[in-house]
Design a protein. Structure first.
Lengths: 546, 328
């Protein structure tokens, strides 16, 4: 019965919007199923299993072959649904005529540990036959799960944090401890589940816990009234905020989202192990351009994070560094109540010791942040404007005599971000989205004027509200000039304000420019296409910046 | 392919029109004479000089828009003549009173299905297979990913959905005319025995159905002063227009669902913002459309309402059926 129950759980998690309801559903699932199946469920839900046994195209071809179904019709359906496993599941309905649903009692653990892995041992014909056989023998309500696992596309709208929360509520133990237990090579087994829900907390559990993060507020003009000497100035890096924890030999790296990411950054864990002291550091993780000594775009970090455990070649391709800006604990002593300026002195002191006395070089990837010393507030603003040159987002301004509290308390840390660059551009192409955005036109291309011609300069898909997306989708369907596959060219009529972070010359683009992080910030319904900006405006913007 | 002039029924200004009889079918703007297939508002417009429909459709329409319209009614199967063209209504199974319309002129038969479904529905007459030369069919769900389950299966899912959360108030959104009554009828056969409330717009239609002899479970008309506690564990039927906005603030601890054929697609289900989607439709699914095309024995088929590209190509390629397109 348990695969059926897992199918139901998947359906519930997929449809429920409220986080609390999701937690309730998960709790009752864990309570009513065998430990071994719970263990596999957690393995699946936390995305630890994403092996692709066959790809979506293969699945569609196989279905087309077995049931003599035109390929183009499957492709048309796919455009509406946006997911191969789901399309085939919908098409399989009423197709499997076998009355003998032998697999109706298969358990989740058997499917995942035997049935599906065994497919890899078969040759192509045997494999196809076996899949057909499973489709025939499996009750229809389980087809979706099977197809999704097969194509490595099993995803559900729950984060690791939510799983952690439900287990934490189930046994009444802090989330951080569950997170720590879930970390690492979680192999589905009865033992691993029992370990997870063990009500006895051991020392190792406790040692892994991070401090609540102190968060910065958006800068307010009233800060100008204070003396510049009251503040410490740092660059605002655009990376991942982390707490690096080393206590009694146990190392844990925590994100602000309560996620343990040791596996993502093994080289950092290794370097931390060389340091003789115990510590808790607060700082930013970045993918680093060692040649120019500046950070790479956030997109590089995303590429690096896409892999749960990065291979050596990924580590070389996307080299990371950690820039520490605060020391919160040293050799078991919690120093958060000490003033920032004194914590900074400690940070510098310990760091220089590590630099000089550690046998292996650690400072190539563990560093402390440089401070900036503006003479007055207008000088601070000049620094802020320069932040684009070193790929930072602006300034972080910290009160020197503040203690490290938790949360977003006003007046302690301020973030002062540099303004984005903006151009008004004309919508000229739209492309269908996939997944959640299937069946809607959500990927847009925008153009700027060059004499009497509109030249494409950027593509963007974020920034519109769901209501705006629906409205624009309707407009797109009515104002299509031509369709090329999934792309439609559109009547030039709609103007949007596009914001971006950086602009540079690019020979690869027809427009001659490339922009970073383009996004839609306003639907300028008040503007006609003749009011849109030209490429010359873009060049001017570029000159102004450099 | 036939030329436009030869077609008995054609598309004009976005509506189906029979020039020889000077009559429009479900017109979207005021005309002299309008045939109305059923009483949903997207098939009706104010201001026509004369409407012609089945008796049930006329009663439902008057209930919704008032007596101030001129409607001539005919029974299912009863032939009437306009300018020498024989016209008759036939059950389409969509909602109470819904009909297909057949035209016969000079031995040539034309059939407009209107909105239809083949599934059993005790709140209206079952779809009648009508043979024709020319078929104009709706194809709202013209892709093979749309396949409906037995209505009782969905009704049981709904019943389970409510009874599994006894501490919650379950809000089920559905069209107030047709879908709501069909759901009530089906839910009354399930294990759910709690209270059912309906919104005023639905309550009114329930009574109308009852007056027309349809067996509909009694519901309580919901008003805003209902005590929140007494709604625990009960079902409330509401029209989809109330799903967004402040109306939901009248309730506490709710779960929401939408009953529609579109809920087959998970991307749409998620975007719709309801907690749950129940796949139940008063339109034909893919197999239903194919069955009607085949059994009608039509040599020529047109489609309206929906994206018919794939369906047309499929019929041409695999069934060798001649699919025609209306000139714009």
């Amino acid at each position: 019965m348990s695969l059926k129950k897992f199918s139901e759980l998947f359906g519930d998690l997929d449809s429920i919007n409220s986080t609390n309801n999701k937690i309730e559903v998960l709790k009752s699932y864990f309570l009513s199923n065998e430990p071994i199946d719970n263990s596999w469920a957690i393995y699946l839900l936390t995305g630890k299993s994403n092996k692709r046994y066959i790809n979506g195209r293969y699945l569609k071809n196989l279905f087309s072959q077995i049931y003599e179904y035109p390929q183009w019709l499957i492709d048309t359906c796919y455009l509406k649904v946006g997911d191969s496993a789901e399309v085939i599941t919908l098409l399989l309905k009423n197709k499997t005529t076998s009355k003998n649903k032998k697999l109706s009692n298969i358990s989740l653990s058997e499917l995942l540990s035997k049935t599906i892995p065994n497919l890899s041992k078969l040759n192509k014909e045997e494999k196809n036959l076996k899949i057909k056989n499973i489709w025939e023998k499996l009750p229809e309500e389980n087809h979706l799960i099977f197809n999704k696992i097969l194509t490595g596309t099993f995803r559900v709208g729950v984060s690791i944090g939510l799983i952690t929360k439900s287990i934490s509520k189930l046994i009444n133990i802090d989330e951080e401890i569950i997170s720590y237990r879930l970390m690492g090579n979680f192999k589905p087994s009865i033992d691993s589940y029992e370990f997870l829900i063990n009500k006895n907390i051991n020392l190792e559990d406790l040692n892994s816990r991070p401090f609540p993060f102190l968060l910065a507020n958006n800068f307010e003009d009233k800060v100008f009234k204070h003396s510049i000497n009251d503040f410490q100035f740092e660059w605002k890096y655009d990376g991942i905020r982390l707490q690096l924890i080393k206590r009694l030999g146990n190392i844990s790296l925590w994100t602000r989202g309560q996620e343990l990411v040791n596996e993502s950054f093994p080289e950092l864990v290794e370097k931390m192990s060389y340091i003789k002291d115990d510590f808790v550091l607060d700082g930013e993780l970045l993918v680093w351009n060692f040649k120019e000594q500046i950070a790479f775009d956030f997109s590089f970090l995303q590429k690096r994070m896409n892999r749960k455990s990065p291979t050596k070649s990924i580590q070389i391709k996307y080299p990371i560094i950690f820039i520490a800006y605060d020391l919160l604990e040293i050799n078991g002593r919690d120093i958060r109540e000490i003033k920032l300026e004194n914590r900074r002195i400690d940070l510098e002191k310990y760091f220089s010791e590590w630099q000089n006395k550690t046998e292996n070089n650690i400072t190539d990837i563990i560093r402390i942040c440089d401070l900036i010393y503006p003479k007055d507030w207008s000088d601070a603003l000049t620094f802020k404007e320069k932040s684009r040159e070193n790929n930072t987002e602006g300034l972080i301004i910290k009160k020197k005599n503040s203690i490290y509290t938790s949360g977003r308390k006003k007046g302690i840390w301020w973030k002062y971000k540099v303004d984005p660059m903006q151009l008004d551009a004309v919508l000229i192409y739209a492309k269908g989205g996939s997944g959640r955005r299937a069946g809607l036109y959500t990927d847009y291309s925008f153009a700027l004027w060059k004499d009497q011609e509109l030249i494409k300069f950027a593509s963007a898909y974020s920034g519109l509200t769901n209501i705006e997306i629906k409205e624009l989708d309707k407009w797109i369907r009515k104002n299509t000039i031509e369709k090329f596959g999934p792309v439609r060219s559109l009547k030039p009529e709609m103007v949007f304000e596009i914001s971006f972070e950086k602009i540079k010359i690019s020979k690869r683009h027809k427009s001659g420019i490339a922009v970073r992080f383009p996004r839609i910030t306003k639907w300028r319904k008040d503007k006609k296409i003749n009011d849109a900006d030209s490429l010359d405006n873009a060049y001017e913007l570029m000159k102004k910046i450099s | 392919m036939k030329t436009k002039q030869e077609d008995l029924i054609r598309y004009k200004d976005g509506n189906l029109y029979c020039e020889l009889a000077d009559i429009w079918i479900d017109p979207s703007k005021p005309v002299k004479k309008a045939l109305i297939t059923h009483a949903h508002f997207d098939h009706f417009t104010f201001g026509c000089e004369e409407y012609i429909s089945t008796n049930e459709t006329a009663i439902l329409l008057k209930e919704r828009v008032g007596d101030n319209i001129k409607i001539k009614t005919f029974d299912y199967g009863e032939e009437f003549k306009i300018n020498g063209i024989n016209i008759s209504f036939h059950p389409s199974g969509h909602i109470l009173g819904s009909s297909q319309i057949r035209f016969i002129f000079a031995q040539e038969k034309w059939l407009i299905t209107g909105d239809f479904k083949l599934q059993k529905d005790k709140t209206c007459k079952q779809y009648e297979i009508v043979k024709t030369d020319y078929l104009i069919s709706e194809c709202t769900f013209g892709l093979p990913i749309f396949k409906w389950d037995e209505t009782s299966v969905i009704a049981n899912d709904i019943s389970k959905w409510i009874t599994n959360s006894p501490e919650k108030t379950s809000l089920l959104f559905c069209y107030s005319l047709g879908k709501a009554q069909r759901l009530l009828n089906e839910i009354s056969l399930t294990n759910f025995k709690g209270n059912i409330y309906s919104h005023g717009s639905i309550y009114k239609m329930n009574n109308c159905y009852k007056d027309l002899g349809i067996d509909i479970k009694d519901t309580i008309k919901i008003n805003n002063k209902k005590k929140i506690d007494e709604l625990k564990g009960s079902l409330i039927l509401l029209p989809p227009s109330l799903s967004k906005g402040s109306y939901l603030k009248n309730f506490k601890n709710i779960q929401t669902a939408f009953a529609s054929g579109w809920m087959s697609i998970s991307a749409l289900r998620k975007r719709s913002g309801y907690d749950k989607g129940f796949v139940i439709s008063d339109h034909a699914d893919w197999d239903g459309i194919l069955e009607v095309v085949k059994k009608s024995e039509a040599k020529n088929v047109f489609f309206q309402h929906g994206d018919s590209e794939a369906l047309s190509k499929y019929l041409v390629e695999t069934e060798s059926i001649n699919v025609l397109f209306f000139g714009k």
